[in-house]
Design a protein around this ligand. Structure first.
Ligand code: FE2
Length: 219
C-alpha cells in the first residue's frame, strides 16, 4: 500500500466538523473515512480516476448535511458485524480507527436487504445487509453524496450490478471485488476500489465476513 505524508489526509477536516446540534459520532466517522481513504491505494489501472473521485466526494462531504430521523433495523446478516469489526481492527491503523468510529453508529442504522431478484442465490438473501450512513436513509442526508456500508456473511457473493454514478469502496475486510474491466481481484484490508460509471461489478466474501464502505454521488 502506498502511503506518503501528503496522502495521510485529504485535508477536508470540515467534513467531520460538528454543526450545532450535529452528530459527533457521525462526524468522527467521516473524519476516519477520510483518513482511511487517503491512506489506502487503488489498483494502478484505476488510481488516477479513483483518487480524483475520492477527493471530490470528500470535498463535497464538507458541505452541509441534515439530520435524518431513521428507524434502526438489523437483518439477520448483521450478526456477522462483530466479527467483521474484529478483523478490521487487526488491519492497518486507519482501518482500525475507522472500525472504531463506525462501531457506535452501527446499531443506529437502518440496515436493509437489496430488492429481491429472480434466480437470486438464497445464501445472498440471508447473508447480506446494506445501509446508508449518510444518504436518504442514513443518519444525515447530503444533497449530493451517499456514503453506505455493505456486509456479507462468509461465503456470500453480492451479485453483478451497475449504476450510473461512479463509486469508491474502502475494503474493511479480506474479500474479492469484480468489475467487468479487470475481473476479480482482492484489494486487501484497507485497499480501495474504484468503479467507473455504469460498470458491472460485484464482490464476494471468503471464510470471513466482508465489510466495506462505499461512496457515490446521488443519481
Ligand atoms: Fe455498486
Amino acid at each position: 500500500m502506498n502511503r506518503s505524508a501528503e496522502t495521510r489526509s485529504f485535508g477536508f477536516p470540515g467534513a467531520g466538523a460538528v454543526a450545532p446540534g450535529g452528530d459527533r459520532s457521525l462526524a468522527g466517522f467521516v473524519d476516519a473515512l477520510d483518513t482511511a481513504t487517503a491512506a489506502g491505494a487503488f489498483p494502478p489501472d484505476t488510481a488516477d480516476r479513483g483518487r480524483a473521485a475520492a477527493r471530490e466526494i470528500h470535498a463535497a462531504l464538507s458541505g452541509p448535511r441534515d439530520a435524518t430521523p431513521i428507524r434502526p433495523a438489523r437483518p439477520g446478516a448483521c450478526r456477522h458485524l462483530g466479527r467483521a469489526l474484529v478483523n478490521a481492527r487487526r488491519g492497518p491503523g486507519p482501518v482500525a480507527r475507522l472500525a472504531d468510529a463506525f462501531a457506535p453508529l452501527a446499531d443506529r442504522l437502518h440496515w436493509r436487504l437489496r430488492p429481491p431478484e429472480e434466480g437470486e442465490d438464497p445464501a445472498f438473501r440471508s447473508g447480506h445487509a446494506n445501509a446508508d450512513v449518510i444518504g436518504p436513509a442514513g443518519l444525515e442526508r447530503h444533497d449530493d453524496i451517499v456514503v453506505g456500508v455493505s456486509l456479507l456473511a462468509p461465503g456470500v457473493t453480492f451479485p453483478d450490478h451497475r449504476h450510473p454514478p461512479e463509486e469508491i469502496y474502502v475494503a474493511m475486510s479480506a474479500g474479492d471485488w469484480f468489475d467487468e474491466d479487470a475481473g476479480w481481484r482482492a484489494p486487501g484490508i484497507g485497499g480501495l476500489v474504484y468503479h467507473r460509471p455504469g460498470i458491472v461489478h460485484a464482490m464476494r466474501s471468503g471464510e470471513e465476513p466482508l465489510l466495506a464502505f462505499w461512496s457515490l454521488r446521488r443519481p
